[in-house]
Design a protein around this ligand. Structure first.
Ligand SMILES: Nc1ncnc2c1ncn2[C@@H]1O[C@H](COP(=O)(O)OP(=O)(O)OP(=O)(O)O)[C@@H](O)[C@H]1O
Ligand SMILES: O=C(O)C1=C[C@@H](O)[C@@H](O)[C@H](O)C1
Ligand SMILES: [Mg+2]
Length: 175
């Protein structure tokens, strides 16, 4: 792969985009950036606060500006927000400007991995987290696949193993 190319991680909440992305950046000596974190840096507040004050549409506008900017950077590993693929312009930026890896996780695995945190507004106030995750998954799985250069199932696989597989696939795309 072109050393200057960026790697964009997409997938649902709890797929491991942040965890795998950090580790992948270290392994490949590429800067790691998380679009959710970038939104928080730019606004000076956290994501639950943005949802509270501006609703999801306000958050999506901010996310769109960040995706447009960050996908112009070369040589980065970018972990994207779980809903970033909803916007067609975001999908075009991601698909056209880097190597897109879809970290797939079953709803059971997403539930387990998001159980202990309360920083995800779409899950926080829901009585039925499974139902929310299933609905989001059915809407978004086709969108993740539409732009993915590589789809990896993350269930019961360590971040270390996933990083190794991404590294191998980048070195030899036919493997
Ligand atoms: N492959 C994995 N194996 C075991 N645990 C994992 C794995 N990937 C992530 N986790 C754990 O799952 C939780 C969620 O992971 P992470 O925050 O990386 O997901 P995310 O895809 O960035 O989610 P979000 O879209 O909400 O930002 C963390 O506690 C992390 O340690
Ligand atoms: O799945 C989603 O829509 C979201 C996922 C998180 O990464 C954040 O971007 C935010 O909580 C929304
Ligand atoms: Mg994350």
């Amino acid at each position: 792969m072109n050393k200057k190319a960026s790697i964009f991680l997409v997938g649902p909440m709890g797929a491991g985009k942040t965890t795998v992305g950090k580790r992948l950046g270290e392994t490949l000596a590429l800067e790691f950036i998380d679009s959710d974190h970038e939104i928080e840096l730019r606004t000076g507040v956290d994501i639950p606060y943005i949802f509270e004050k501006e609703g999801e549409p306000g958050f999506r506008r901010r996310e769109k500006a960040v995706i447009a900017d960050l996908t112009l950077r070369s040589g980065i590993v970018l972990a994207t927000g779980g809903g970033s693929v909803l916007d067609p312009d975001n999908r075009q930026c991601l698909a056209g400007r880097g190597f897109v890896v879809y970290l797939h996780a079953s709803v059971d695995q997403q539930l387990a991995r998001t159980a202990r945190s309360d920083n995800r507004p779409l899950l926080k106030n829901s009585a039925n987290r499974r139902e929310v995750l299933e609905t989001l998954f059915s809407q978004r799985d086709p969108l993740y696949r539409e732009i993915a250069d590589l789809v990896l199932d993350t269930d019961e696989r360590s971040a270390k193993a996933l990083v190794k597989e991404i590294q191998d696939r980048l070195a030899d795309p036919d493997s």
